[in-house]
Design a protein around this ligand. Structure first.
Ligand SMILES: [Mn+2]
Length: 253
């Protein structure tokens, strides 16, 4: 059983199918992990959700875009920030495709997405581990059941939100590795944080690595960042084997 992981999918359904095909993905035999952000930006949110929600072995974590979608599916509420970040098209396509029962089913499915996934050899988060002091704290947070819908307005569980949105961990790792930050984040302020002490690999998305469109790997921060900018429309969607580290990519068309 292979363990594969994708970067932020952002409704790039065709690119998702293309990378899965390249990797000869077998839905019954392989596990598919994802660093979150299933929808918004791309043209095919409904197909993306219909496909992923019926995979037998899909193991995502929550992304910041997923918060908005989960809340909408469960309650019909629309966060105004979502509308400026791809929500308009997502809502339009969802309303055209799904009945209210199907929307509830998808919302309940999304409410099972954790913010932090800790596996034997891996940690998976959307943004980063910047807000977390150590593994003990991370393990405690991973056991915590987040509220569903995970309303961004309530600002409950602040640290879980901070993990979803974090870029401090990635940028600190890039600084340590003397790796130039992607152009779009070059002037972004961040707080330098130390590496988490762990023998696991931390997988994250959220920050678009569009300049090189390849994963960023830091040994000292135990980090593999794999959002190669599928959301931006000019990057690529990356799929990786979590054990062999083999990489497959698809262009966004
Ligand atoms: Mn994203």
């Amino acid at each position: 059983m292979r363990r594969l992981i994708t970067g932020d999918i952002h409704a790039r359904f065709d690119a998702l199918q293309a990378v899965l095909e390249k990797a000869a993905f077998n839905k019954d035999e392989d596990i598919l992990y994802c660093v979150g952000d299933l929808c918004d930006r791309g043209e095919k949110p409904a197909q993306t959700l219909a496909f992923l929600s019926t995979l037998p072995n899909f193991q995502p974590v929550m992304g910041n875009h997923d918060i908005w979608l989960e809340e909408y599916l469960l309650t019909g509420l629309v966060d105004s920030d979502w509308l400026y970040n791809g929500g308009v098209n997502t809502i339009r396509k969802i309303e055209k495709t799904f009945s209210s029962n199907e929307k509830k089913r998808l919302g309940k499915w999304m409410s099972t997405f954790p913010v932090i996934r800790i596996e034997e050899k891996d940690i998976i988060v959307h943004g980063g581990c910047g807000p977390v002091k150590n593994m003990k704290e991370l393990e405690k947070l991973a056991r915590h059941h987040r509220p569903s819908p995970f309303s961004i307005r309530k600002k409950e569980d602040r640290i879980l939100f901070d993990i979803l949105w974090d870029r401090d961990y990635l940028f600190s790792a890039m600084e340590a590795e003397h790796y130039a930050k992607p152009e779009k984040y070059r002037n972004r302020e961040y707080r330098t944080v130390p590496p988490l002490e762990t023998d696991k690999t931390i997988w994250s998305g959220h920050s678009q690595l569009i300049d090189r469109a390849e994963p960023f790997i830091s040994q000292s921060y135990h980090l593999t960042a794999i959002d190669t900018g599928a959301g931006s429309g000019v990057g690529k969607l990356t799929l990786m084997d979590m054990d062999t580290k083999e990489i497959w990519q698809a262009e966004i068309v």
